[in-house]
Design a binder for this molecule. Sequence first.
Ligand code: NDP
Length: 314
Amino acid sequence: MGTEHVRCLIIGSGPAGYTAAIYTARANIGPVLYEGIEPGGQLTTTTEIENFPGFPKGITGPDLMNEMKLQAERFGADVRTGIITAIDLDRRPYTVTVDGEKRIEAESLIIATGASARYLGLESEARYRGRGVSACATCDGFFYRKQDVAVVGGGDTACEEATYLASLCRQVYLIVRKPFLRASKAMQQRVFETPNIKVMFEYNTVEVLGDDEGVTGARLRHASGEETVIDIAGFFLAIGHHPNTELFAGKLELDAEGYIVTEAGTSKTALEGVFAAGDVKDPHYRQAVTAAGSGCIAALDCERFLLAAKTDNK
Ligand code: NDP
């Protein structure tokens, strides 16, 4: 298979990747975008999005991502299914391998690979993953209607998911390892005002319990050492995310948490022509609209870079 040459390769298909594709396509750069492991990104695992400007009645995550994809394709972005399995950033043009075989040389790269949900790391949790253990209440909550479930975490995500689950389920246990919630005050208030959410402060999960059918409970340990078992059918993780940067370890500067480091106020990495956008470089804001804005910044930085590189080569 011959090596394909592209001017701009975008890796990732969340709001950052698609916005970068819309902008670079409209600038006649002819971007090629690889969707990656989770086409549409994390937003496809949510239901209603009410805070993305321009949708006063709200829009579902999958619908929003599909609209962004159509918008990118309308201007000629080449959106492809595939996973980047290797990358060589030693010299420009940079070489990437798709699905272990196809090779592409890219004059510039926009990395928008996002972040993924964290798990506790318990053996029992892994055993029941997909059979009661989930990191996405909005995707899987429906399966536990009128049953009892638990959510682990004390941040905005945990509170949001607990509130969502409370509208479907009978009883929701919110398992919080500290004696307080980290979530915003508004989110906390919503949790405390929901009668079927029981907040369990200073509890850690020791084991997820189950049988052949899936999860049946969880064994929790209080900070005092006392242990308790809760009967649940669903065990939801909401303990944060980690950036999808394994591919770039040792090749790009990453911070202590693994997020790509960029020059302040820009999308520029230390490597010329390599830009990062969205959650893969942003541990703080992590919103669809900030990721989209970040994708726009990367596209503009990339456009300027390619223009300057072209002038230099003349
Ligand atoms: P956070 O990092 O804010 O919270 C993670 C939570 O998980 C913390 O309570 C943390 O506990 C807990 N945790 C981490 N590891 C473990 C563990 N091993 N065992 C038990 N508990 C654990 O992540 P979020 O996903 O909640 O939020 C990320 C960002 O996204 C935040 O900035 C948030 O504000 C934002 N966000 C905003 C929303 C909105 O505005 N609508 C909705 C959702 C998220 P501890 O407190 O002890 O560290």
